[in-house]
Design a protein around this ligand. Structure first.
Ligand SMILES: *Cc1c(COP(=O)(O)O)cnc(C)c1O
Length: 373
């Protein structure tokens, strides 16, 4: 079945008994056992598993085309569970522009004897040079933040598998509507479900989806269940609610972003537009091959510097100056000031998350604010 159909149906069978079409929120933390001590409903204790989380995990696995999904209390909790499954002496490779929360988690791993190397993932030769006999994991994020660099996932999978490492792909920005990492050879897909999948800026959640139900999957499932960084039944319910519309939302956001990127590319006040849907973008050809659309995120560099960037962020009315992405409201953000002293983001850079407003209105809003620079 197509992704739109799966987004509506998987994990959403009418409930036995009540016949609710929209599932109930199951708040119980514990489940009644049968006379012989068995569990007729299949649930023991809600940290291990519960009906709302099971439904969400079934839906997420289906959308990515994986074997199974594990839901976490945030994207970072999902990433952390992956990293906790590594052992002292193991080595990880990630992009030098990896999400800054992921980079901080990698830093912390050093205390546990797990080393990492950050490389420019667009440069596959640099990835090969960073390989060590102890490399167990390559972590890729494409498109990346905030310059929307594109990495060739299939080529990276071949490099990882040559040395017996896993390839994990943070698919938050592309979503399974636009990019299916398992089809390109990835072993694990990570999501900040907080963003497009839940889609309404009102849920903090994350997920890992696995290509295989092997020993590694079971190990991470143990970390999820015993570590307990799990989303509540209400968050699972909200996410499953948002998931039903995600393909339509992301398609619209992606179309609007393309139009806005094209508009911005012609404005004299803009020095650069970073969007993989523009033929001038360095990753355009690879993105065309591995994505079915270019996503709702873009970044721009404003002529001048930080002062002009702040003025533009303050001048727009429909874009809210706030962090995060993937919701119905368009957001604009100065990344360098969020990421602090160690930032690699240019000071004149603004990141735009295109929402569900009509693109004509967003363009008019940007046009008006640009004129005041
Ligand atoms: C937001 C984000 C994360 C972290 O997810 P949280 O839900 O905020 O913990 C990881 N990767 C990417 C690409 C993100 O945008």
């Amino acid at each position: 079945m197509k992704i739109e159909t799966r987004a509506v149906h998987v994990g959403r069978k009418p409930e036995a008994g009540s016949r609710d079409v929209t599932p109930a929120i199951h708040l119980s933390t514990t489940y009644q056992k049968a006379e012989d001590g068995s569990l007729p409903g299949g649930f023991l204790y809600s940290r291990n598993d519960n009906p709302n989380r099971a439904a969400l995990e079934e839906a997420l696995a289906s959308l990515e085309g994986g074997y199974a999904a594990l839901a976490f209390s945030s994207g970072n909790a999902a990433t952390n569970a992956m990293f906790q499954a590594m052992l002292a002496g193991h080595h990880i490779i990630a992009g030098e522009d990896v999400f800054y929360g992921t980079a901080i988690l990698l830093q912390r791993l050093k205390h546990h004897g797990i080393e990492h190397t950050l490389v420019d993932m667009q440069d596959l030769a640099a990835v090969e040079r960073a390989l060590r006999p102890s490399t167990r994991l390559i972590w890729v994020e494409t498109p990346s933040n905030p310059l929307l660099h594109i990495t060739d996932i299939a080529a990276l999978a071949a490099i990882a598998h040559k040395v017996g490492a896993l390839l994990a792909c943070d698919n938050t920005w592309a979503t399974p509507l636009l990019q299916l990492p398992f089809k390109l050879g990835a072993d694990v897909v990570m999501h900040s479900v907080t963003k497009y999948l839940s889609g309404h800026s009102d849920v903090l959640s994350g997920a890992l989806i696995f290509q295989d139900g092997d020993e590694f999957f079971e190990k991470v499932q143990g970390i999820q269940r015993e570590g307990g960084a799990v989303p509540s039944p209400f968050e699972c319910w909200l996410t499953l609610r948002g998931l039903q519309t995600f393909p339509y939302r992301v398609r619209a956001q992606s179309h609007s972003a393309q139009r806005i990127a094209e508009f911005l590319a012609h404005q004299p006040q803009i020095e650069a537009v970073h969007y993989p849907g523009l033929p001038s973008h360095s990753g355009h050809e690879v993105a065309k091959r591995q994505m079915s659309g270019f996503g709702g995120m873009l970044s721009i560099q404003v002529k001048g510097g930080q002062k002009e960037a702040f003025k533009l962020a303050a001048g727009v009315k429909l874009f809210t100056h706030a962090t995060s992405l993937g919701g119905p409201h368009s957001l604009i953000e100065h990344r360098a000031s969020v990421e602090g002293a160690a930032t690699r983001s240019p000071v004149n850079l603004l990141r735009l998350s295109i929402g569900l407003e009509h693109p004509d209105d967003l363009i008019e809003d940007l046009e008006r604010a640009l004129k005041k620079l």
